[in-house]
Write a protein that binds this ligand. Structure first.
Ligand SMILES: N[C@@H](CCC(=O)N[C@@H](CS)C(=O)NCC(=O)O)C(=O)O
Length: 285
């Protein structure tokens, strides 16, 4: 069994996905928590050591597998699946046709490199956290913003973070993806079966959707997952939440709980009703 060390952030969709995969397989790993530059002055993803020895593109998760460094959550999960942990489970099917189908689902349900933000379910979900990220960024020290400016290797993120600090983008982002999000949810409803997981057996795509749906709940958009118009999605979410890996890989790694509790404390998430309305109207077409 190789030695596994995971560089990850508690509040990070892609880190959650990898942790859930590790717990699903029953694999032991050493944990190296990284506090990201968008919410902590520590900016562990921008230190010289991290950029030089762990990930020159400045993002988590990264898995150190003995001496090999493996980057990108989707690829990390595929590699993890080669190992046999204490649980007898495969996250990828053997059948090539099923593998292809799963590959497409995986790409659509995570932050896939080369896919523009807002163009797939996996790149829409993080946009609903813009409000919270903006608040966290505004609380950073000025010196931390300068560090982002001079050291962040990803130009599009750097620009977004700096705009959030000096001005505000949170109100504009949500409405841009109402339609795309609603269509994705309906597509999911159409493709889910009432009894099983997305592709029958539990797989990598179910892990991604578990993290995406959890983020919706955190953003107080969980009511969408209970809409009578989306019965298979509701049932599916109940099944995902009842897995041990949801508790161990997501709930057991809390972060800035205070901010999460405070968010929208004076009322519901302003995107909630427009999103529900959009889903209903598309259903009636
Ligand atoms: N495609 C990459 C995306 C990784 C990614 O965007 N990670 C985010 C957290 S979910 C991150 O490290 N953000 C920190 C930053 O951009 O400064 C993966 O799947 O691993």
């Amino acid at each position: 069994m190789p030695e596994l060390k995971l560089y990850h952030a508690h509040w990070s969709l892609c880190s959650q996905m990898v942790r859930v995969a590790l717990y699903e397989k029953g694999l032991n790993f050493e944990s190296e928590r990284i506090k990201l530059c968008d919410h902590s002055d520590e900016a562990g993803n921008l230190t010289n050591d991290f950029l030089k020895n762990v990930n020159p593109t400045g993002v988590v998760p990264v898995l150190k597998w003995d001496e090999e460094i493996i980057r990108d959550s989707a690829y990390i999960i595929e590699r993890i699946d080669e190992l046999n942990g204490t649980n007898d489970i495969n996250l990828w099917p053997k059948d090539p046709e099923k593998r292809n189908e799963l590959k497409n689902w995986v790409q659509d349900t995570t932050v896939t490199e080369g896919v523009a933000m807002g163009k797939s379910l996996g790149t829409i979900i993080p946009l609903f956290s813009t409000g919270l990220i903006e608040d966290l960024i505004k609380n950073l020290k000025f010196s931390s913003i300068l560090r982002i400016l001079f050291k962040h290797p990803r130009r599009e993120r750097k620009t977004a973070f700096i705009m959030m600090y000096f001005s505000s983008i949170k109100k504009r982002i949500g409405p841009m993806v109402y339609k795309g999000f609603s269509k994705e949810m309906m597509y999911l409803e159409k493709n889910l079966s009432p009894e099983s997981f997305l592709l029958g057996e539990f797989s990598h795509a179910d892990i991604n959707l578990m993290s995406c749906f959890h983020r919706l709940e955190e953003m107080k958009l969980g009511q969408i997952l209970e809409m009578p118009e989306l019965p298979k999605v509701s049932n599916y979410w109940q099944k995902l939440k009842s897995r041990d890996s949801y508790q161990k890989g997501i709930l057991d790694y809390p972060d800035h709980e205070e901010m999460l509790n405070k968010i929208f404390q004076n009322g519901p998430n302003p995107h909630l009703e427009p999103l529900k309305e959009k889903i209903r109207s598309l259903m009636n077409l």
